[in-house]
Each structure stands twice: as C-alpha cells, then as structure tokens.
Write a protein that binds this ligand. Structure first.
Ligand SMILES: [Zn+2]
Ligand SMILES: [Zn+2]
Length: 336
C-alpha cells in the first residue's frame, strides 16, 4: 500500500508533483502545484479526479497551468474540487475563478472548497459554479497548529508546514496510516482457517482484549495477536519547494520531514550560486542534502532546477548533493 510521487513537467521548466496514495481498496490522488504545461503529464481523467490540489505558493511557475485545471474541473460536484494553500489562497483562487465569464454554465453545479492555511488558523470557503463562483456559499474556520494535520482520511493524512520564501510557502507531507498485517500462512499452519474472526482480531487490536471464537473453540485475542498480527508502518512522502532555511536546518523542519521514505526537495541553484539561493530564498543541492541527512529520510529526490542551467550541468545537482547524502536522485529522471 504505497505512497508514490511523480514529478510533472520538464527539467529546467515548471514542475509539479503528482502523488498516488494506494490504500489497497482505492487510490487517492494529490497534485502539488500547477505550473505551466505540467498537466500535459496527466490524462484528462486523471486531471478530473485529482482529490486534492495543494498549492505551495502563487509565484508564476507554480500556478501558470491552473487555468487548464479549472477548465477540466469547473463543473465537478462529487467529490468537490478541494484546494489548499498558504495565506492568500482564497483571494488568489477566487479571483482567478472570477476572471472568466460563466453565463453559459449557470446550470452547472460545480462545487469548490478552498482552504487557506495560516499560522494559528485554517479558513475554508465553499464556492459554486452556478453563480459564477461570485458568492461564498459557506465558510468555516478552525484553529490549527503548524506544522499540523490539514487532511485526515481513513488511509492517510496530509500535514502542512510553513516555509520562508520571503513570503509564507506551504510544505506538505502525505503519510499512510499504519496498517495491521495478518500472517495467513502461520495461522493455517496451526490449523486456523480464514474467517470473520480475522476482522474481529484486528478490531481487538484497537478496542482491547476479547475472546475470539474459531470453529467453536475460544481463543484469547492477545495471544492470537502476538502470533499472527504485525504492524506495518505507513509510508511517508514529503514535498518542499521554494524556500531557504538559513545557515542550518531548523529543528521544526527536521522534525517535519523525519521518517520520510521520500523527500522531494527543490534545488534551484547549484552550490557555486549559493548567493543567488540566499537572495531569492531558494536551496542549493548541498542545502537540500544536509536537510535530508538531518531528517534521516530514506531517499532524496531533487527537482525544480533554475532555467539558467542546461543539460550539460544536469548531473551536477545530484553530484553536489551526494557529497552530503548518499541516497539522492534527480526526480526528473524518474518517469515511472
Ligand atoms: Zn518556484
Ligand atoms: Zn517561488
């Protein structure tokens, strides 16, 4: 039941991250950012079934493809279009929706939820295609700590943290919930055939000790659990782009990425252009790698390289990062 990310867009061009969280019984999809032409990497049906669109921020290169997203999703009703982003998200998204004429779509009932993540509070508004997205249908607000959970689903959670890009930028983590694995072979070897008791045994893990009847004989749930159940840790994928963290990786960010199986991290400038990274609030390969090492992530995948570079220098990004962290790849090489 993996969580996998695929970078959309081309090297030295706008990028986005398309994530699939596979629960075994269904797949949820998450799109982080929507730069120019990135949606060309998805089919129309994939664009129409994105469950969550998470904006990191609203610089051109992260939002230029949003018109295409609107075009494919304006009349979606179920599930509604769900968008999250940093302070300003409600203004930017609703302004964009309000920059089109919708007079021929008045019979459509597209439902949009736009959620703005700010320090201390999360605000959500609901807009509808039927009135040309001009009125807030409903508004909710709740307090929230950051970094913190912004989406909680039965099989995964999404957390957000705010990063410094001279404006607040959202970093995101998608984490599968831990799941319980039943050792069918071991049970069979002891003469216990499959049946509804397995579900009851798994439930007992959360609800507490209870007797379990198997083929007319009573067993203790704790004894069965020790023999046949194990907890598999869910995978975690983190995406951080467009930020600078100062001289050393800060503890709050290290904790946020800690336990990640995959860290997709920007590396806008090469190490020799570190002064540009500092001026423009971005990272170099060494900075991304030192962050990955501090957070003990399993794999670092670099993306979002500046268009000032070209293919002759493409290998330098991984080379410079690998001096500080071994498990590093160019995410743009990965088209799986
Ligand atoms: Zn950018
Ligand atoms: Zn930016």
């Amino acid at each position: 039941m993996p969580v996998r990310g695929r970078v959309l867009g081309r090297i030295f061009k706008d990028n986005a991250l398309y994530i699939k969280a596979d629960s075994g019984t269904g797949i949820s999809t998450i799109l982080i950012d929507c730069g120019e032409n990135v949606l060309r990497g998805l089919t129309v049906s994939e664009i129409r079934s994105v469950d969550y669109l998470l904006f990191t921020h609203f610089h051109f290169d992260h939002v230029c493809g949003f018109d295409s997203f609107i075009r494919h999703n304006f009349n979606r009703t179920e599930p509604p279009v769900r968008i999250f982003g940093p302070p300003g998200t409600i203004k930017y998204v609703s302004n964009r929706l309000n920059s089109f004429e919708w007079n021929l779509s008045a019979a459509e009932n597209g439902n949009w939820e736009i959620t703005e993540i700010s320090p201390g509070n999360i605000r959500r508004v609901h807009l509808s295609c039927s009135d040309g997205f001009s009125m807030i249908q409903h508004e909710e607000e709740r307090s929230s700590d950051l970094p913190g959970v912004i989406v909680s689903q039965p099989h995964f959670t999404i957390e957000a943290a705010l990063l410094d890009h001279k404006i607040p930028v959202c970093g995101y983590s998608v984490t599968e919930n831990d799941h319980i694995r039943f050792d069918n072979e071991a049970a069979l070897a002891n003469g216990l055939t499959a049946g509804p008791w397995i579900t009851k045994l798994k439930e007992a893990h959360f609800k507490g000790q209870c007797p379990i009847m198997i083929n007319g004989k009573e067993y203790d749930s704790v004894e069965l659990a020790v023999k046949y159940l194990s907890i598999e840790k869910g995978e975690k994928l983190t995406c951080l782009t467009d930020f600078n963290y100062g001289p050393e990786p800060p503890e709050v960010l290290v904790n946020f990425i800690s336990g990640s199986d995959f860290l997709f991290c920007e590396s806008q400038y090469l190490d020799e252009d570190r002064h540009l990274a500092e001026e423009n609030y971005h990272l170099t390969p060494s900075m991304a790698a030192r962050l990955a090492a501090a957070g003990k992530v399993k794999k670092l995948k670099l993306f979002h390289f500046s268009r000032r570079y070209n293919l002759k220098t493409a290998d330098l990004f991984v080379a410079q990062a690998s001096e500080h962290f071994q498990q590093v790849e160019n995410a743009l090489d990965d088209k799986s």
